[in-house]
Write a protein of this length. Structure first.
Ligand SMILES: [Zn+2]
Length: 216
């Protein structure tokens, strides 16, 4: 029997996701944005983690990851490292392709109080007809914040690090994060979900963020 996890949308509240800015609505900030008043130690750890994340322009972000066949210690180490990187980067999700590994592996934690979930070889079994627009960022696209339309609820079948089958039924923010990360495994970025005009603005925001990071 597969383990079934049900992840619901929750009321968002200020700081609920470990960010410094209060948000009115749940938001996928895979990249955490640039909270001004971040503790220097937290910021240093975040900057160090972000250096391990492949950025836009790296061809690996456009590659399709391949299914994992061996559920061994190497895989479990890979998952643990991805989880640590995601936490240090103050992200809510991370796909293996973002660290240059072409495995169909993703980790996410939509809310700080949740446990990290790792999905190996995830398959979207069902997506709701209902779709919703919501803000997203991406650790691989510094400075980019765009509205992306996604299915409001999903059911995913996957395996965990031990090879056990798991089914995740998610709605709201966790559903959004899962769709964002599965996209990464297929070489798809949030830039592919927006208009040409929005993409132009996103590219400009990315150049500005990179210039600002270079100046620090
Ligand atoms: Zn991303």
């Amino acid at each position: 029997m597969a383990e079934v996890q049900r992840l619901k949308e929750r009321e968002s509240r200020a700081g609920a996701r470990g960010e410094s800015e209060p948000r009115d609505e749940p938001e996928l900030e895979e990249d955490g944005s640039e909270p001004e008043e971040l503790d220097p130690e937290v910021r240093a750890r975040r900057d160090a983690a972000l250096r391990h994340v492949r950025k836009f322009g790296d061809p690996v972000l456009r590659a399709s990851a391949v299914p994992v066949e061996r559920f061994d210690d190497d895989l479990r180490v890979e998952i643990a490292q991805m989880g640590a990187l995601m936490d240090d980067a103050l992200g809510v999700g991370l796909a293996a392709t973002q660290v240059g590994v072409l495995h169909r592996v993703l980790v996410f934690r939509a809310y700080p109080e949740d446990e990290m979930t790792a999905l190996v070889n995830p398959v979207l079994e069902w997506t709701s007809e209902e779709r919703e627009l919501g803000p997203e960022g991406c650790l691989s696209l510094p400075g980019v914040h765009v509205e992306v339309e996604r299915a409001s609820a999903v059911r995913v079948r996957a395996r965990d690090g031990e090879g056990e089958e798991i089914i995740v039924e998610a709605e709201g923010l966790p559903a959004r994060v899962i769709q964002h990360e599965i996209d990464h495994l297929d070489g798809v970025l949030i830039l592919d979900h927006i208009s040409a005009q929005e993409r132009k603005e996103a590219m400009r925001a990315m150049r500005e963020a990179q210039a600002a990071a270079g100046a620090r």
